[in-house]
Design a protein around this ligand. Sequence first.
Ligand SMILES: CSC[C@@H](O)[C@@H](O)C(=O)COP(=O)(O)O
Ligand SMILES: [Zn+2]
Length: 213
Amino acid sequence: MSLTIRLEDKQQAFEELRDIKTYLAGRNWFPGTSGNLSIRVGEFTPEQFAFAVTASGKDKSVNTPSDYLLVDQSGKPIEATGLKPSAETLIHCEIYRATGAGAIFHVHTVFNNLVSELYGDRGSVPIDGVELIKAFNIWEEEAQIEIPIVPNYAEIPRIAELVEQAILPRIPGILIRKHGICAWGANAFEAKRHLEAFEFLFEYAYRLALLRK
Ligand SMILES: CSC[C@@H](O)[C@@H](O)C(=O)COP(=O)(O)O
Ligand SMILES: [Zn+2]
């Protein structure tokens, strides 16, 4: 299989990334240039795939002609470009490889950082019977879920290495402790729904823990 990407597929992915970036920036979910987004493009096998990803260090609240680039399954640019892929591209590579997802969104918020620390030693955030769990396509009554947490390391390959073991089949997201969340889905629409549901549940978990104190 070759990694040739059709121009129209690349353009569509870049446009979708711009739309979701603009929306998430409106929610103030990219403070201080944090966060990164990607959408998979073309054919997928766990051994070979490509995705469009945000360039590193950009102000994600601004749209410019040089915000995205295409990379392969190892995070290397597949076209000549002066842009550097997100510093966290390897985490995206690992999630795509493990899940076959179509889009991955990573944001840093105060609530995702708070709950990742609150439940960091436990290794997961427990959520019990909240209606919005259904956003993950989990329909049982009073469902109980655990949202996994991995440690945050300065070396991204060390985080990427832990991601595969930590991913839970029903849960389309993973927290990096005192860092942020990566949420994914079959496409950008689904990844956005999952990301919003996670953030709702994190605020709920944080406030509930305070009320119970
Ligand atoms: C500027 S703080 C955030 C970064 O260290 C990183 O965690 C992040 O999410 C953004 O990195 P980037 O390389 O721009 O994709
Ligand atoms: Zn980050």
